[in-house]
Each structure stands twice: as C-alpha cells, then as structure tokens.
Ligand binder design. Structure first.
Ligand code: AHR
Length: 525
C-alpha cells in the first residue's frame, strides 16, 4: 500500500471510530422572534488589565522613547487591534495589585518606584499611571473601570483619587490634574470597591467588608458634571463571590442583605463574581501540546460557570428581585500552568482553539443571563492568562480568543432572542458534553445574528435553522486542525475566522459547522 493510500485509509478509519453512535450529525435549531429577551449588555465583553507581568509594561506601555511605534508611549499595534473589538470597558489597575496601589505614585513628572509583591516581586516603575491609563482608554475608545484600594488604602486616599480624576471645579486636586496635562475632568464609568477582599484584598470577613463598602461608596464620589443623576452615572461594584467554595454563599448573602437595607447615603449597582476555569490549582494543565482528553476536561469545567451564575443570581434575587444590582463577572477565563521558561509570577500562557470554544461557551452563558449579568471582564487583556493579544518586543500576535471577541461584536447591546435545540452529546472518555451551543440576538438595526459552537472535536454538525422568511445567512467561522492549534509570532494565522455561508431551502438555513468551531452569521430576512 502506498503512503498516500495508507494515510487515506487511516483517516477513514478515524472518522468511522469517532462518528456518533446514532450516525447522525444533524442539529435542528428554532428561533422564536416573538419572544425577545433582555439586552445583552456590551459590558459583558469587558477586559481586565492588571499591573502583572507584561500585561501593562510591554503589552500596552513601551514609553515615548521606544522604537516600537507608539502614541504618547502606548503601542499603536495594540491600540488598533483593541479598537477593532470595541472594548466596552477596561478594569484597572488590578486584581490583587489594586489593593496595594497608591495612585499618587503614578502621577506627575517624577514617579515613585515601588514593588509588585503579588506578581513576581518585580520593580513597579509607575510610569503607567492614571493619565496614561485614561489616555489608553481614549485611544481604544473604551470606558474606565477603576478599582479603588480598599485593602491597604483609606477612604480618604480613594476619595482624593476620584476628585483628582473627575472634579471640574478648580479644586487643588483638579488643578494638579490640569498641571499634569489634563484640564478636563475624566469620566470613570465603573468603580470597583476593592478586589477579592476575602483573600488578597485584605482577608476581610463579610461583615467587615460591608462596613468598608458603605464608607467607600459614600465618600469616593464621582464629581464629573457629565456623570450626575441619571446621566452616565458611575456604577459602583462591590466585591462578591469567588467561585464555588461554601464561604461565598455567606459572603454573597451578607453583602446583598446589607444592600436590601441600604439607605440614601450609600448604594451599589453591581456585585462582582470571579471564576476561573482551572481544574487543579496545585497542578495546572498546560496551555499547549495537549490532546482531546484535556480539551474535554477543560470545557466541562468551564460550563460550571452556568451553575455558579444561577447560584449567586438566586441569592441576589432574594434581596433584589427587581435586578437593580448587576452581577459583574469581572474576572473569568482559563488559567493554565505558566509557559516553560517564563517567570511563574507573570502568568504567561498560550491560547488555543480550546480557549476559543471556552470563550464562546462563557459569553453565551452570560448572554442567557442578560437580565442579571450586565458586566464581565476576561482575565486578562494582554500577555497574562487568557489574553487577547501576545507581544514580544516589537512583535504582536492575536489569539483565538481575540478573534471570538471580534466575531461577537454584533452581540454588544443586541436583544437576546431565545433559540431552542437538542444539543446532542459529545463524548470523550467518561466526559459527556452538549455537542453544540447557540445564541441568537437582534441588533439595534433589527438584524438577526446567530452564533453556533460545535464543541465536538471530531464530528461536523449539519445545522438546520427553521426561520420562515430567511433569505440568506453569511458570516465567519473559526476553527483549526487540532484542539491545541495556536497562533504564534511565526505563524499568526493558524486560528483565524474564515467566511461561511448558509444554504437556504424552504425557510430553512443550512450550515455545515466544522468540529471544534465557533460560527457567527447574520441572517437576511
Ligand atoms: O488575574 C489574576 C489574579 O486573580 C487577580 O489579581 C486576582 O484578583 C485573582 O485572584
């Protein structure tokens, strides 16, 4: 037998072995346009940028003297890439870093050099501070989500920072801001009141945290005249649960009970939730060179997000049935072992097809809970954990996760439309997962968008969508040859979206979706 014939026989055998027992790979979807749901808040596509490893320094900030093309010290290539995914907000400066951050170190012509004890114990030059962050936010056309230091700071320090950023009247702090180059007040869209105050943010009891949150939300005021009553008001997000440990039930109950009894003098509009996809904190999986077993394990773990959102939304419903307080999943994403040869404190990992699927599954979970989940921030934007972008000196590469965020842009602020389907089952060893997932929404122009994820690593899905009146559908699909396919600086286009079109027959759209793929199409009616 020739080499070619043997290869062909092997691939036929492989297909036969992995085909589902039922022998069918058809999935029927129906969309009920008469039952529009909640708005999918664009803030669920938020990003997180912490002073950690090369997230800020090298990732965003290269300094004005750098040979890397920059605008006032901020990388041009990164700005252009982020503009294209319409980042709604960026959470900064941390993370654990935020509860040790003293804003005065990062303003003015002379910066204090400090340390970053959480993340590798390296020098923190503070060259990227308030003005640089706000400049970056302006360059990418986003909004600021600023986390104030509740752990090692004081309400006084936090109040001064906010006055420095937002006061329009000529106070001493506003004049100092002007002297540092920005006469106009900045807008701060979202304020994080501490970070993980139950652990790195100060190991507080829920009762102690609530007493702090009341003080901070009272005194850390936004003075920007454009952000007063009813007009772009700043959202204050309190610290909420961090995963499924039992202690977080008590934490969430305590914060929400306090919220229910809140008076005119303090308030919150959001409760944060952190949840990483990690199987074993002591023995993390690798982000490269893995097989289908690890693909399935990670996706099974990531689907736990739905149960957590349900659990904590349930507690919130008890104290806030009107859903005034948003659940902000402001840290989420995959957390793997650090890449060999990197500083373990820098949390450097690669990003594969598996992460693309993981992203779509999580975004769909958030969208299905759009009435409560009105914010989410993937961790983290550049060079850290499940990043959008990886950089190495002058080089930049966009990750599979980046491309999924790009494909989902039409879902920002679109209206959720229910899709029903029998997902079927994808089996890998003893793991069983829904074979497909789907999301539909109408944008502000009334256009219908459909996302379908084929989780199955081996079998294509023939999708049939009943949609009377549908004329055509086209968009993009993202996949790659292997579950661990990645983009690298040398091969940046291994995992990128490609055009896809549907066949239309008798009011039915038909799409063939490749294994392990994410597809977004616009339906013409
Ligand atoms: O994203 C990395 C770290 O994870 C954050 O600093 C912290 O909030 C969380 O534990």
């Amino acid at each position: 037998m020739t080499k070619v014939a043997r290869a062909l026989l092997m691939s036929l055998l492989t297909v036969a072995l992995v085909s589902p027992a039922s022998g069918t790979d058809k999935v029927e979807l129906s969309i009920d346009l008469s039952k529009a749901g909640a708005k999918i808040d664009r803030n669920i596509f938020g990003q997180f940028a912490e002073h950690l490893g090369h997230g800020i320094y090298d990732g965003i900030w290269v300094g004005t003297d750098s040979s890397i093309p920059n605008t006032r010290g901020i990388r041009k290539d990164v700005v252009a890439a982020l503009k294209a995914i319409k980042v709604p907000n960026v959470r900064w400066p941390g993370g654990c870093f935020a509860d040790e951050y003293h804003w005065r170190n990062g303003i003015g012509p002379h910066r204090n050099v400090t340390l970053n004890p959480n993340w590798g114990g390296v020098i923190e030059p503070n060259s990227f501070g308030t003005h640089e962050f706000m400049d970056f936010i302006g360059q990418i056309g986003s909004n600021a989500y600023v986390s104030v230091n509740v752990g090692s700071g004081t309400p006084h320090e936090g109040a001064d920072w906010m006055e420095y950023m937002t006061a329009a009247q000529p106070t001493t702090l506003a004049k100092e801001r002007a002297a540092n180059g920005h006469p106009d007040p900045y807008k701060v869209a979202i304020l994080g009141v501490g970070n993980e105050s139950w652990d790195c943010g100060g190991n507080m009891s829920p009762e102690y945290y609530v007493s702090q949150a009341k003080i901070y939300t009272r005194f850390v005021r936004n003075y920007n005249p454009a952000q007063q009553k009813g007009n772009e008001e700043m959202l204050k997000v309190a610290v909420g649960p961090g995963g499924k440990e039992p202690r977080f039930t008590d934490w969430t109950e305590t914060v929400m009970k306090a919220y229910r009894q809140h008076t005119w003098s303090w308030d919150i509009q959001g409760l944060s939730m952190h949840n990483y996809t990690v199987l074993d904190w002591q023995n993390k999986l690798n982000s490269t060179n893995f097989g289908e077993a690890e693909y399935a394990k990670v996706l099974k773990a990531t689907l736990e997000m739905d149960a957590l959102v349900n659990q904590y939304s349930g507690i919130m419903d008890k104290y806030d049935p009107e859903k005034k307080v948003a659940l902000f999943v402001d840290e989420w994403g995959s957390w793997y072992a650090p890449l060999p040869g990197t500083n373990p404190g820098f949390l450097v990992q690669q990003n594969s097809v598996r992460d693309a699927i993981l992203t779509a599954l999580n975004l769909n979970i958030f969208a299905r809970h759009a009435d409560r989940v009105r914010g989410a921030n993937i961790a983290q934007m550049i060079n850290v954990l499940q990043a959008m972008i990886l950089t190495d000196k002058e080089k930049m590469v966009l990750t599979p996760t980046y491309y999924v965020f790009k494909m989902y842009v039409p879902f920002q602020d679109a209206t959720f439309v229910p899709v029903s389907f029998d997902a079927g089952t994808y089996t890998q060893g003893d793991i069983k997962l829904p074979r497909v997932d789907a999301l539909a929404a109408k944008d502000s122009a009334g256009k219908l968008w459909l996302e379908i994820t084929n989780v199955d690593a081996n079998v294509a899905a023939d999708v049939e969508v009943s949609l009377p009146g549908a004329k055509s559908a086209s968009g993009e699909t993202l996949t790659a040859p292997k579950v661990d396919s990645i983009n690298t600086f040398d091969a940046p286009n291994t995992v990128t979206p490609k055009p896809i079109s549907a066949r239309v027959e008798g009011g039915k759209l038909m799409l063939k979706l490749q294994p392990k793929s994410v597809t977004v199409v616009r339906v013409e009616q």
